[in-house]
Design a protein around this ligand. Structure first.
Ligand SMILES: *Cc1c(COP(=O)(O)O)cnc(C)c1O
Length: 418
C-alpha cells in the first residue's frame, strides 16, 4: 500500500493559482532530495557509486541541477539531453550517453563534453571512431537475448532493439582494445517500471558473472558496471514501492560473492534511474471546466493528454484527488477527460471520486516522469508551465507555459503566410 499525498492545502494551492493559472506541473523539491538521498545511501557501500539520472524522464535543467547537487550525474539519449546536462552543471564522466541508432552529432557532443559513451552496437565502434574519434573509455550495452528464457520478470530481450549479443560483446571489447581503448564498462537495461525487488538482483547477478567471464576470457578488468534503470513506482495505492535498502543490501552481497573472489572487487557501480527519481514528486494541477452527463458522467478538465500522455497512451493508472475533498466519500463514478478531439483523451475511466463541481481543482498524481516530457502540440494544444515547490514553501517557475506565438513560430519564416 502506498499513501497518495499532495504537499499543499487547498488554500495554499489557490494562492499559487492566482499567480500561475492551471494547468501546471508542480514538483516537490524536498521530496525529490529526500528520495535520492535514501537511494544513494542504499548504495553507499559500492565503490564510487553513481546514479546517472535518465534526463528523458524530466528534461528540465533545474530538476537535473537539484539531482546533481545531491550527487547524481545524467544519462542522455539525445543531443538536447547532453546540452541540458551541461547547462545543469553536470560534468565529464558524470554524463553518460546511452543512445541507439545514434547520429554523429551526439557522439561529437559527448566527446566534446568528455562524457562516458555507452555503445548500442558493435558497428558503432567504427562509426564513433570515424565521426568523433575513440575515447580512452568505452562502455557496451548488453542484450542478454533468449539466454535467460523462462524468466517472466524480464520479458523478451531478444525482441528489443537495444544492445549487443553476448558473442558481439566479447568481440567488441577485443576490437576496441586493439584500437587503443583501455578503460571499459558494461551496461544493460532489461526492464521498465518494475516493482519486484528481486528483478534488480537478477540483473546484478547476470552482470557480475559476465564481468568475471570478461576477465577470464579477455583479461579485461572492467572499470564500470551500469545496472540500468527501470525501478518502478507505485502508481496505484495498492502497490508497494521498491525497497532501495533491500535491493542495495542484496546487490552488496552479490558483489561480495561474485566480484570480490574473482579479484575484481573495486569496480565502479552505476545505475540510471529516471522514473523513480522524479515520478512520484510531481502533480498535474488542473481545473474542472465542464460536467457532462450523457451515457456516462464526464468531468472535463483544462488539461489534456498533451500535458500527461501516459493514461491515453498505455492505459496507465494515475491517481486522482480533488483539492479540499481529500476525505470526502468516493461515491461518484466519472470519466475524467481532456479536450483533444481523440476519444482516448481521458485521464481516468469509471473512476470513483468525490462529487465534483465546476471550478474544482483536480490533481493528477505521479506525473513527474514522462509527464510534461511527453508533451506534444497536436490539435494546437500547448504545453503547460512547470513549477517547483521549494523547501521553504515558495514557488519557482522552472518552465513557462507555451503560448500561441510559440506554436505558430515555425510557420513564420520569410515568405510564409503568417
Ligand atoms: C529510459 C531509460 C532509463 C531510465 O529508465 P527508468 O525506467 O525511467 O528508470 C535508463 N536507461 C536507458 C537506456 C533508458 O532508455
Amino acid at each position: 500500500m502506498t499513501e497518495k499525498t499532495f504537499p499543499l492545502t487547498k488554500e495554499q494551492l489557490e494562492r499559487i493559482i492566482e499567480m500561475h493559472p492551471t494547468p501546471f506541473h508542480i514538483y516537490d523539491e524536498k521530496a525529490i532530495r529526500q528520495n535520492i538521498r535514501r537511494f544513494l545511501k542504499a548504495f553507499s557501500w559500492a565503490p564510487r557509486f553513481r546514479e546517472h539520472f535518465a534526463v528523458k524522464a524530466t528534461p528540465n535543467p533545474r530538476i537535473v541541477q537539484i539531482l546533481r547537487e545531491e550527487g547524481a550525474g545524467t544519462d542522455c539519449s539525445s543531443l538536447a539531453e547532453l546540452i541540458l546536462s551541461d547547462v545543469a552543471g553536470v560534468r565529464k564522466e558524470d554524463i553518460l550517453l546511452t543512445s541507439n541508432d545514434t547520429p554523429a552529432e551526439e557522439f561529437i557532443k559527448a566527446r566534446e563534453l568528455g562524457a562516458r559513451i555507452n555503445l548500442d552496437d558493435i558497428t558503432h565502434i567504427d562509426y564513433l571512431e570515424k565521426h568523433a574519434g575513440l575515447p580512452d573509455f568505452l562502455c557496451f550495452r548488453y542484450n542478454p537475448g533468449s539466454l535467460i528464457e523462462g524468466n517472466d520478470i524480464i520479458g523478451k530481450p531478444e525482441e528489443a532493439k537495444y544492445g549487443l549479443t553476448r558473442e558481439q560483446l566479447f568481440n567488441a571489447y577485443a576490437i576496441a582494445r586493439e584500437k587503443g581503448v583501455h578503460r571499459f564498462g558494461l551496461h544493460t537495461m532489461v526492464f521498465s517500471n518494475e516493482l519486484q525487488n528481486d528483478a534488480f538482483l537478477f540483473t546484478a547477478e547476470m552482470m557480475f558473472k559476465l564481468a568475471v567471464e570478461i576477465k577470464e576470457r579477455l583479461g579485461i578488468t572492467l572499470e564500470y558496471i551500469n545496472l540500468g534503470g527501470g525501478i518502478g513506482i507505485p502508481y496505484h495505492p495498492d502497490q508497494d514501492a521498491v525497497s532501495y535498502e533491500y535491493v542495495g543490501d542484496a546487490i552488496h552481497k552479490l558483489y561480495d560473492e561474485i566480484l570480490v573472489p574473482a579479484g575484481i572487487g573495486d569496480i565502479m557501480l552505476a545505475t540510471e534511474s529516471g522514473r523513480a527519481m522524479t515520478g512520484p514528486f510531481d502533480w498535474l494541477v488542473t481545473t474542472v471546466l465542464h460536467e457532462k452527463n450523457t451515457y456516462k458522467h464526464y468531468i472535463g478538465l483544462d488539461a489534456c493528454m498533451a500535458n500527461l500522455m501516459r493514461p491515453a497512451l498505455y492505459g496507465a493508472y494515475h491517481h486522482i484527488t480533488v483539492a479540499g475533498k481529500e476525505v470526502a466519500p468516493l461515491d461518484h463514478l466519472y470519466d475524467v477527460t481532456g479536450s483533444l478531439c481523440e476519444n482516448n483523451d481521458k485521464f481516468a475511466i469509471d473512476r470513483a471520486l468525490p462529487k465534483i463541481e465546476i471550478g474544482d481543482r483536480v490533481i493528477i498524481h505521479d506525473a513527474g516522469a514522462h509527464g510534461h516530457a511527453m508533451g506534444f502540440n497536436y490539435n494546437g494544444k500547448l504545453r503547460s508551465a512547470e513549477l517547483l515547490l521549494r523547501e521553504d514553501g515558495s514557488v519557482e517557475l522552472i518552465r513557462r507555459a507555451e503560448t500561441l506565438d510559440d506554436y505558430f513560430a515555425t510557420l513564420r519564416f520569410p515568405g510564409s503566410m503568417m
